[in-house]
Design a binder for this molecule. Sequence first.
Ligand SMILES: Cc1cc2nc3c(=O)[nH]c(=O)nc-3n(C[C@H](O)[C@H](O)[C@H](O)COP(=O)(O)OP(=O)(O)OC[C@H]3O[C@@H](n4cnc5c(N)ncnc54)[C@H](O)[C@@H]3O)c2cc1C
Length: 388
Amino acid sequence: MALGESELHDLIRESVRDISDDFDREYWREHIENKEFPDEYWQALADDGWLGVTIPEEYGGEGLGMLEMSIIIEELSRGGGQGGIIFVLTPVFGGIGIQRHGDEAQKAEYLPKIASGEMKFCMGLTEPTAGTNTLNIDTTARRDGEEFLVNGQKTFISGVENADTMLLVARTSEFDESNPTHGVTLFLVDDPAERAGIGLSEVDTAVPWFERQYQVTFDDLEVTEEDILGTEDGGLYLLWDTLNTERLAGAASSLGGGLRAIDLAVEYANDRNVFGQPIGGHQGIQHPLAESYAKLMASREILYKGATKWDDDEDCGLEANVAKLLTSRAGTEAADHAIQTHGGNGFTHEYEVYDIWQNLRLTQTVPVSNEMVLNYIGEHELGLPKSY
Ligand SMILES: Cc1cc2nc3c(=O)[nH]c(=O)nc-3n(C[C@H](O)[C@H](O)[C@H](O)COP(=O)(O)OP(=O)(O)OC[C@H]3O[C@@H](n4cnc5c(N)ncnc54)[C@H](O)[C@@H]3O)c2cc1C
């Protein structure tokens, strides 16, 4: 008998929790300190089918949707792992990008390898000058017959050292004010860390991740027509199509991180005794945790609604943006309360809550800032004038 949706989701949560339980705090600390990719964790996710959760079965995936991916990411983050980063770069940008916009040869080449864990992606969008203004990117891919020569610079690009392929965003036609979203193309650039024409220098970021960030310089990098994902000059449509899934996946990660902070705070508050009673009995400790929990529960509803709409091919722009905004704020606030609950221990590496706060604080800016999310809501939902 086929499983009902809620039974399937319970099963997914259980299976994912088992994976999280196999990778303890020590494992993550070691990988973060040494900036080492968590290969064993990655393979465990692949072996249970979770890296290919949205990939169609004919390409080796599970053929499920964004709702299931959101549940997986939430549970992984709640279990203390860094499932959020892992999913956004590879199953979302790589997997969903190619599954929706790749040609048949690209799907056959990349999707089975994403599902099996053989392949990792990085995403080359942000530039030092353009910043949030993607229309203003300076990295160009100039056509030369069937080839293109790429020149320019990206910054803050995560995980290039581990990536088999970079999804590179480059301008292929001059900016045209009358058609501003035309002229940008996405390229699949294999072996980005070793390829001629690509230079890397590390950016010294302060986030507790296992991956590094890089300034990436392109100096006559050669790519071909076959490397184009989607259509030449039509890359922005593709990028925006994938952005809702990136926001949903990011929201799931913030939600799980916030819930983990609360789980840890509750455990600590029940255990820690000063003035003759557990500190969790003081309302000054209990209410902030209860309030953050309430906010996370509410934001979870909008996240699941957005993911369900995406799976049903409905526009989920509002839900994806609201979920991203609310989870990043409620998650950061939950982690802040968890630090306060832990007293001095909140600032040690032994207790995890300060790391969680740093990761959650980042989600207010990365991969898209909350101001840009508010711009979207103000302009597209409320019908206010474009503010920039
Ligand atoms: C740890 C880390 C990992 C990252 N990984 C990647 C990656 O793998 N790939 C990648 O491409 N990028 C990556 N980034 C870059 C990240 O996505 C950007 O830093 C982020 O999108 C913000 O862009 P910016 O830094 O250029 O900020 P800016 O564009 O300079 O903006 C600065 C501030 O001004 C605000 N602002 C700007 N314009 C407006 C406006 N119109 N209205 C209101 N407010 C505005 C912004 O919201 C922000 O708060 C990473 C960054 C970090 C820190």
